[in-house]
Design a protein. Structure first.
Length: 285
């Protein structure tokens, strides 16, 4: 039986989030400790646990068909590889940082400076677009220490919360790009595995929609129902059911999580009562 081969990071937060979304998509994976390969029990899928930086080459060579990987790694090592789906987790920035004590005016301040980074292609392309020439020092590992030991004038690295920069007395001065986990596809994927990819994407999309939405139930007085319905979105339109108490209706709908609190405030002002909010496990359209 043909199986689609997916690569995920072998350890760390991206590994955990990747396994979580596959599980939410109904895929059970038998993965023991320190395994480099595992098989799903209920979907034609093989999982390869790889170093994040090696995944683009595995995709390029067709050793794996798809991968869950940070977009920043693709930009650095596999810009030509196709992204099938943006997954919305493991968000971060790739930024330039300098010591806090150094004044900063613009990206031109990096002219002729020494930059420590593990993202040389990303930095080089960014500086070329800005007309800046700098001396890049390629470091694999913690680059934040480089300015403190006199190895570099600044760094380029991933920034999530900024706490690592703060601890090393650095400040973020330029955001070069923003990144999130993506589902990437090998250029050598065949027709049979492309069909399996479409099935997997369908499942992932239902999970992603559910993560972005809340199911809302509320009670509305009949005389205010039209005003309340004007405020409500829905997959097609809100569901309205009469309550046992005359003059009242129950309204059911789905609200985007990003707009949720604003909509709830408006609903209360319009006369909605007994508002219940429920998580959505899957949303299939």
């Amino acid at each position: 039986m043909t199986k689609i081969r997916i690569a995920i990071q072998k350890s760390g937060r991206l590994n955990e989030d990747s396994l979580k979304i596959l599980k939410e998509a109904g895929i059970s994976i038998d993965n023991g400790k320190d395994q480099l390969k595992a098989t799903a029990r209920n979907f034609p899928l093989e999982v390869f646990y790889l170093r994040n930086g090696d995944i683009p080459q595995y995709l390029r060579d067709g050793v794996v068909d798809i991968a869950i990987i940070g977009e920043n790694v693709l930009i650095e090592k596999g810009a030509e590889i196709t992204i099938a789906e943006r997954l919305g987790f493991s968000k971060c920035k790739v930024s330039l940082a300098i010591p806090k004590s150094v004044a900063y005016n613009s990206v031109k301040d990096f002219e002729g400076k020494r930059i420590a980074t593990s993202y040389p292609n990303t930095v080089r392309n960014y500086f070329e677009a800005k007309g800046v020439s700098a001396d890049l020092h390629i470091i694999n590992g913690s680059v934040e220490i480089a300015p403190n030991i006199g190895l570099a004038d600044g760094i380029c690295d991933i920034v999530s919360s900024g706490s690592t920069l703060f601890k090393n007395n650095l400040k973020e001065v330029e955001v070069m790009l923003t990144s999130e986990a993506v589902l990437a596809v090998s250029p050598k994927i065949d027709t049979q595995r492309t069909k399996l990819l479409k099935k997997l994407q369908f499942r992932l999309q239902s999970v992603l929609r559910a993560r972005k939405s809340k199911y809302v139930l509320l009670n509305a007085p009949t005389e205010k129902l039209d005003d309340i319905l004007q405020l409500l979105p829905g997959m097609r339109s809100p569901t309205v059911l009469p309550l046992a108490e005359e003059g009242w209706s129950s309204v059911h709908t789905v609200i985007n999580k990003d707009k949720f609190w604003d909509v709830i405030d408006e609903l209360k002002q319009a006369g909605a009562e007994g508002i219940l909010v429920c998580p959505i496990e899957k949303m299939v359209l």
